[in-house]
Design a binder for this molecule. Structure first.
Ligand SMILES: [Fe+2]
Ligand SMILES: [Fe+2]
Length: 280
């Protein structure tokens, strides 16, 4: 079996449609007010159910990739404490996580059906898997466990509230169960980052920089942030439980705000080029 399996070789059947992350982040349709309404998860928003379907389909494919990454980390590195190795106890944690992610895939498939979505109805981008192909296991922990699964905490918390508000117990409990597991996965990332890099500040710095880059990309131009316009807010309490320091939470708020400001500037530039009808 290959080590560091290229993203093109992931096993998917004909139901799945692959797109690049750039196509999602720079999709000009996101600049339209209708797109923003779609993701405001409130009961008075008629667009919210469709936005929720798209978001939960994104989570489904993310769960598949999280399973693949956790499994790969058990296989891609020799066992040991060296810089190119992964400690045995880390591999055990990753094996446990793979088991959780497999369960999340099953939950997400059933939730997708419950919400009236066909598998493959929305496209799959593979940034999570690609972040998980890093040749340094510590960067996998910051890019995937801390950044992307941290985002999953924020999304699950938001959607759990939405399930509660719409009196949908299926959505509520699916989110509640997955949220509980994701807190343990992010905590694992936090603990292993600190343990492995305790005597290597350079490696820790590189790992945290990679996390910041992934966090910024996945703030999706204000999708996750602290403003009222942001449909998904930072789940501070769960972030603390997952091993984020207060300083790291403040930094994450800044990263999200930067992503939002850049997206607004991009939208304004696009609108200026396209003329007055573009913003309708
Ligand atoms: Fe998961
Ligand atoms: Fe996870």
């Amino acid at each position: 079996m290959k080590q560091i399996l290229p993203v093109e070789e992931l096993a998917r059947d004909e139901r799945f449609e692959r797109i690049k992350i750039e196509e999602l982040v720079f999709d000009p349709r996101n600049a339209r007010p209708a797109a923003a309404r779609r993701t405001g998860f409130r009961t008075d928003n008629p667009e919210a159910p469709d936005g929720a379907r798209a978001l939960m389909h994104g989570i489904l494919v993310g769960e598949i990739q999280a399973l693949e990454v956790a499994g790969r980390t058990c296989w891609d590195f020799p066992t040991g404490d060296g810089p190119d190795e992964a400690p045995f106890a880390l591999k055990l944690d990753m094996a446990r996580q793979a088991w959780d992610e497999a369960r999340h895939v099953e939950i997400s498939v059933k939730l997708t059906e419950h919400m009236g979505t066909d598998l493959g109805e929305f496209a799959e981008q593979t940034m999570l898997y690609e972040a998980g192909c890093n040749t340094d296991p510590v960067l996998r922990l910051t890019g995937v466990n801390r950044a992307l699964e941290g985002l999953a905490i924020d999304v699950f918390n938001t959607m759990r509230d939405y399930g509660d508000a719409t009196e949908d117990p299926v959505l509520y409990f699916c989110e509640d169960w997955m949220l509980a597991d994701e807190v343990t996965h992010v905590k694992m990332g936090s603990d292993w980052l600190r343990r492995i890099t305790a005597n290597d500040p350079e490696r820790q710095k590189a790992a945290l920089e990679f996390q910041r880059a992934v966090d910024k990309l996945f703030s999706f131009g204000g999708f996750r942030g602290e403003t009222d316009d942001s449909p998904v807010h930072l789940a501070r309490r769960f972030r603390q439980l997952a091993g984020f320091s207060e300083e790291e939470i403040v930094d994450l708020v800044e990263v999200s705000a930067e992503a939002y400001a850049e997206a607004l500037a991009r939208q304004n530039a696009n609108a200026a080029v396209a003329g007055p009808t573009a913003a309708s």
